[in-house]
Structures are given as structure tokens and as C-alpha cells.
Design a protein around this ligand. Structure first.
Ligand SMILES: Nc1ncnc2c1ncn2[C@@H]1O[C@H](COP(=O)(O)OP(=O)(O)OP(=O)(O)O)[C@@H](O)[C@H]1O
Ligand SMILES: [Mg+2]
Length: 313
């Protein structure tokens, strides 16, 4: 059983969406997948966990959410169920984010713990968590609510680099949580973030070092590592080259982190998406759009994977 936050959650029904870089379409993809899972008759709660720049409500066609995560964190609304609001899309509900509230962009441990255990109590077929940009600890913790979250990437070097950093940090955080009591091992893992300091840059070398401290630790690290198969979505695809990011990103993840990512699809660059944001409408207003069809395919792939995982396949 994995240690840390995700151990508390029935993670098969939590889908987290991250990616490192800002503006790559995490919220668009989160809202789109939620809408498409609802089309498959699933009850969905979208959670805006982007504490720095919450705007998922706009992707769901809501200009001013009446309640948000900040009401829960401040204690104004003690029960997380009462923070959930309806959206214009049947079967999709929303916990709006908490941006602009002083002190919330870096919640205390107890605030974060309250939030995370609050999500656990939510009742839906799927809980989709939109994680903010950047690889800071909060984002990585939210991302790790799911065993295998989705990383969104675009065909830009900055996006690829940030997504790689995000992937690496999410794995390292899983490992650090295993060994919180052992400062030596935590130090080795943290140094791996910085190849200049550690002198190595492949995950195998890291796990070897951990094994050298204690063979049992090496086995534990192996288990976590081998079970980690985050998913990959390529967004803003304009041509075949852009789709090719899938293969190149998976190759880097395999080479340096020995992670087999699972590609779940791409979303084309589509003016319908821009129109949604501009007009504050969910993508379901543009059912004939190419982006809508891409999101449908992604949701189908995800629901197949979730069913397989649920059945232990
Ligand atoms: N497939 C797409 N085609 C066209 N425009 C897109 C697409 N995906 C996203 N966009 C546009 O890119 C912008 C950023 O998208 P979005 O807000 O979803 O990104 P994000 O990663 O959540 O950003 P942030 O890091 O700020 O939260 C929006 O204006 C959106 O309309
Ligand atoms: Mg966003």
C-alpha cells in the first residue's frame, strides 16, 4: 500500500490534471474531460485546485461562482458538500477555486489536509482535479491525489521541459513520502532533482543509492516506481509534428525516469476553445467542433483505463 496522501483516497475515481507550464490547456482539458464523462452518464465533480489562478469556472460557463474552496478553507462553509455548485452542464458539478484570497495561495498544512480529506468525502463517479501551473509542493500534492494523473503538454520546448520537471518531481515526492523518517535517504532523493549535485540523472542510479542504504528501501522504491504510469495528453495540436510530441516525451520519460507513460490522446488547436473562454461557455456549446471530438476520445480512453484498473487488470 502506498504511503502518503493518495493512500487515503479511492484513487481510481480521482483524476488529476497537471503539466507544469502555465497556459498549456490544463483547465480546458479538465473541463472537457468532465463534460465528456458526463456524456457517458457519469456523475462528475470538477475541483479547481489552482490556488494561484483559479479560473476553471469560466471553462464551465460560470462568471461568478457563488461559493468556492475559500469558503471551506476559511471555515465559512464547514461541510465541503455545501461548496459544490451546479454548472450549466447536467451531471457536472464544480468546486470553484480560491484565487485572490490572501493567505490561500500557500495554505498551511492543516488547511491542505482539510481540503484533501474533504475531497475524499465527495460523492461522484469521478472527481477531476485541475492542478495549477508549476512544480511546487502544493501542486505536486494535489496531482498525487490520483495514482496516475494526467500531464498536459504542448509542442513547445518550454512545455516539454516543464512537464518533464513536473513528472520527475511527482515521482520524487512519492518516493520522499515513503522515507520521511530517514533524512539520509530523503537527502539522496532531493539531490536527484539537481544532477550537478547528485552526479547522476537516471532513476535507476537513484534507486541503487537508496538500496545501498537499505535493501528493503530499494525494494519499496522499486514498487512505487514500477506502479507509476501517469497519462499524457497533447494539446493545441496543429499538425503531425505536434502529435509527435507524444512519442518524444514518452521516450524522455522512459530514458531518464524509466516511466512508461500512457498516452490517452490529443486535442487539436481549435478556435472553438478560444470562443468558449471568450464567451464564458462550456465546450458543449460547440458539439460539432474538432476539439469536442478529441475530448470525447480522451474521455473514452480514460474510462476504459479506469475500469481496467478498478478490475485489477
Ligand atoms: N486546444 C486548444 N485550442 C485553442 N486554444 C486553446 C486550446 N486549449 C487551450 N486553449 C487556450 O489557451 C488558453 C489557456 O488555456 P487554459 O486556461 O485551459 O490553460 P491552463 O494550462 O489551465 O492555464 P493556467 O496554467 O493559467 O491555469 C485559453 O485561452 C484557451 O482558450
Ligand atoms: Mg488553468
Amino acid at each position: 500500500m502506498e504511503h502518503g496522501l493518495s493512500a487515503f483516497f479511492p484513487s481510481s475515481r480521482i483524476i488529476t490534471i497537471g503539466g507544469g507550464k502555465g497556459g498549456v490547456g490544463k483547465s480546458t482539458v479538465a473541463a472537457g474531460i468532465a463534460i465528456q464523462l458526463a456524456e457517458l452518464k457519469k456523475q462528475v465533480i470538477l475541483v479547481d485546485a489552482d490556488l494561484g489562478g483559479a479560473n476553471l469556472h469560466l471553462c464551465m460557463g460560470i462568471r461568478y461562482p457563488e461559493r468556492s474552496l475559500s469558503d471551506f478553507i476559511s471555515g465559512a462553509i464547514p461541510d465541503i458538500h455545501n461548496v459544490v455548485i451546479n454548472t450549466p452542464v447536467p451531471l457536472v458539478r464544480l468546486i470553484s477555486g480560491a484565487s485572490g484570497i490572501y493567505g490561500l495561495t500557500n495554505p498551511s498544512f492543516s488547511h491542505k489536509h482539510n481540503m484533501l480529506s474533504g475531497f475524499k468525502k465527495l460523492n461522484a463517479d469521478y472527481i477531476i482535479v485541475d492542478v495549477g501551473a508549476g512544480s511546487d509542493e502544493n501542486n505536486i500534492d494535489f496531482f498525487s491525489l490520483a495514482e496516475n494523473g494526467i500531464i498536459v503538454v504542448t509542442n513547445e520546448p518550454t512545455s516539454i521541459e516543464n512537464a518533464y520537471g513536473f513528472l520527475k518531481n511527482s515521482l520524487l515526492r512519492k518516493l520522499v513520502r515513503l522515507f520521511t523518517a530517514d533524512q539520509t535517504v530523503c537527502g539522496i532523493i532531493k539531490n536527484f532533482s539537481n544532477p550537478k549535485k547528485s552526479g547522476f540523472n537516471r532513476i535507476e542510479h537513484l534507486i541503487e543509492k537508496v538500496r545501498a542504504v537499505n535493501p528493503r528501501y530499494g525494494k519499496m522504491a522499486d514498487e512505487i516506481h514500477l506502479r507509476y504510469h501517469p497519462r499524457l495528453v497533447v494539446n493545441m495540436v496543429k499538425n503531425a509534428d505536434d502529435v509527435g510530441v507524444e512519442a518524444s516525451f514518452k521516450k524522455i520519460a522512459k530514458k531518464y525516469l524509466n516511466i512508461d507513460m500512457v498516452y490517452v490522446g490529443y486535442v487539436v488547436y481549435d478556435h472553438a476553445v478560444e470562443k468558449c473562454i471568450k464567451n464564458i461557455q462550456p465546450i458543449s456549446h460547440y458539439r460539432e467542433s474538432d476539439a469536442y471530438a478529441c475530448l470525447r476520445a480522451i474521455a473514452k480512453n480514460i474510462s476504459v483505463l479506469e475500469t481496467q484498473e478498478h478490475n485489477g487488470e
